[in-house]
Design a protein around this ligand. Structure first.
Ligand code: BGC
Length: 542
């Protein structure tokens, strides 16, 4: 057992709580774009280690590092060919161990992505599986005969466009892939596959990892009868892919997933104070998130897409999302993200350029006031905007396939700006794999660090506020209300009552503070009316 593994068996200090993650601030790092230590234009593990003090300085509780595993990079690391390996582009397993050690020395928990719904088509498991219908791993992926007319077994469509089935001549069968054809779906109905995946989980926990973000969890098991998905009822949303025309009832969300998660939890519990967080999208996300986190015997938390693709931030969107997690018995704990490596930057979706500064302050206060964990995507603390990547520079297969109809995932994956006046903004001494944002130099870390009024320092203050106020970090949530553009809710804990109030519009709005309320944090003027995007948190008399 490695040193990291033996340390992992014990809490890092005597006073550590097993549920350290409840109310945590989680900082997501997309390794390719965070910091490049060797000048090849692609971020790497050593780059993360060197810049970790930035995250510690923010006082985040944990980092979540997106995939750095061995991969042909067709989906930039979400197509894994060795679940236990580090891709040479990102470094070595020794670099990973050094990252774990540095994170823990800085008091940061370390979470990594786990992709269990699919592997790369270059994974040895798939290479073996596709050889014949009777090899040892023949049933490790989802294979099926064609219909009598040679067409795919059913109507399922892939997220990235086109049918979810690809023909394999050697087996004379189709295989299922909910994402790219290079990402065949693992067959988690097979107990041997479950056992292999649980071994992968043990491998990383034993290396000192504190938690997992589990990718596309509801895709891990499909309907064994392979029933066709029904058409999606007209909902007024844009439809750019065949996938958008279906209600995803049968290709995902099988009831067996919950039972598998009980085994996952058993493994996580072998390693003490661990944290498990599911990514759950799709048409039944709310029900599935509940199912995957129920009764403190499956995962700890889940997050959906309530905010990630919303065109507008409205009080109704917030109250509806929060209402899904009233805090009843046996209910899991929610997590929230406004931005991530798949979704366009929230500031570009939700605010016009003239109001961005005010909007960003309000946004940070809101994210850090929600009941649940707050996930910040790298650069969100700087107020980075979505970058418009021209077609000839696009890298993301989804963006290329659907261009120009989907907002490119590349536009949020641009290099982190560390130093305003350096070539490559301090991200790399080489040519960065994606262009830096034209307005990102002005937002670089070194520009903002020394300015007490910067968004970076505001974000730090909001994180500090959340940590100092138990009601914000862990309290219950009450009375979420929409009054025109004004959103209000209360957070309560041990007799403490905090009123959280946000003007989500670029117009002034009226409001009245209850008698005796004492403001403990505010952004924008609030007298006599709330300025555009003004927000405040006030202590109420209990
Ligand atoms: C990840 C994406 C990835 C997909 C397939 C997700 O939801 O966040 O980046 O392309 O799963 O693995």
């Amino acid at each position: 057992m490695s040193i990291a593994a033996s340390l992992k068996q014990q809490p890092q200090n005597e006073t550590e709580r097993a549920d350290w993650w409840r109310g945590a601030v989680i900082y997501q790092i997309y390794p390719r774009s965070f910091a490049d230590s060797n000048g090849d234009g692609i971020g790497d593990l050593n780059g993360i280690t060197r810049h970790l003090d930035h995250v510690a300085d923010l006082a985040a509780d944990a980092i979540w590092v997106s995939p750095f595993f061995t991969s042909p990079m067709r989906d930039f690391g979400y197509d894994i060919s060795d679940f236990r390996g580090v891709d040479p582009i990102f470094g070595t397993i020794a670099d990973f161990d050094a990252l774990v050690e540095r994170a823990h020395a800085l008091g940061l928990k370390l979470m990594i992505d786990q992709v269990w719904s699919h592997s790369s088509n270059q994974h040895p498991w798939f290479e073996e599986s596709r050889q014949s219908r009777d090899n040892a791993r023949a049933d490790w992926y989802v294979w099926h005969d064609p219909k009598p007319d040679g067409s795919p077994p059913n109507n399922w469509q892939s997220v990235f466009g086109g049918p979810a089935w690809t023909w394999d001549a050697r087996r004379g069968q189709y295989y299922l892939h909910n994402f790219l054809a290079e990402q065949p779906d693992l067959n988690l109905h097979n107990p041997d596959v479950q056992a292999a995946i649980l071994d992968v989980a043990r491998f990383w926990f034993a290396r000192g990892v504190d938690g997992f973000r589990i990718d596309a969890l509801n895709y891990t098991m499909h309907d064994l009868e392979l029933r066709d998905n029904p058409p999606m009822p007209e909902d007024g949303k844009p439809r750019t892919r065949p996938y958008d025309f279906q209600l995803k009832q049968f290709n995902q969300g099988h009831e067996g997933i919950a039972r598998f998660l009980e085994r996952v939890r058993g493994v996580a519990d072998e390693f003490g104070a661990t944290f498990t967080l599911a990514e759950v999208g799709g048409d039944f996300a709310e029900t599935q998130m509940k199912e995957f986190t129920a009764d403190d015997k499956r995962l700890n938390s889940a997050y959906g897409f309530d905010f990630l693709y919303a065109d507008k931030l409205t009080p109704q969107t917030v109250c509806k999302a929060l209402a899904g997690w009233p805090g009843g018995d046996g209910e899991g704990w929610p997590s929230w993200a406004f931005e991530n490596h798949d979704a366009p930057r929230a500031v570009s979706r939700w605010a016009d350029p003239e109001h961005r500064e005010a909007f960003l302050r309000m946004k940070a206060m809101l994210l850090l006031s929600l009941r649940g964990n707050s996930i910040l995507f790298q650069g969100e603390e700087l107020g980075l905007t979505q970058v418009d990547i021209p077609f000839d520079k696009l890298q993301d297969p989804e963006a290329i396939a659907n261009w120009p109809l989907t907002l490119s995932r590349d536009g949020v994956r641009t290099p982190m700006p560390w130093q305003a006046t350096h070539e490559g903004l301090g991200f790399s001494t080489g040519e960065p794999w994606l262009p830096t944002g034209p307005d990102h130099a002005a937002l670089a870390v070194d520009r903002q660090a020394g300015d007490p009024e910067s968004i970076l320092n505001w974000t730090k203050r909001m994180i500090a506020l959340r940590k100092a106020q138990p009601a914000l970090r862990e309290g219950t949530l009450h009375d979420c209300r929409a009054d025109g553009s004004v959103l209000t809710f209360e957070r309560r804990q041990d007799g403490q009552r905090l009123l959280c109030l946000f003007n989500l519009a670029a117009e002034r709005a009226a409001f009245a503070l209850p008698d005796g309320a004492r403001i403990i944090a505010a952004t924008g003027t609030h007298e006599p009316n709330l300025a555009p995007y003004a927000a405040l948190i006030a202590q109420l008399e209990s």
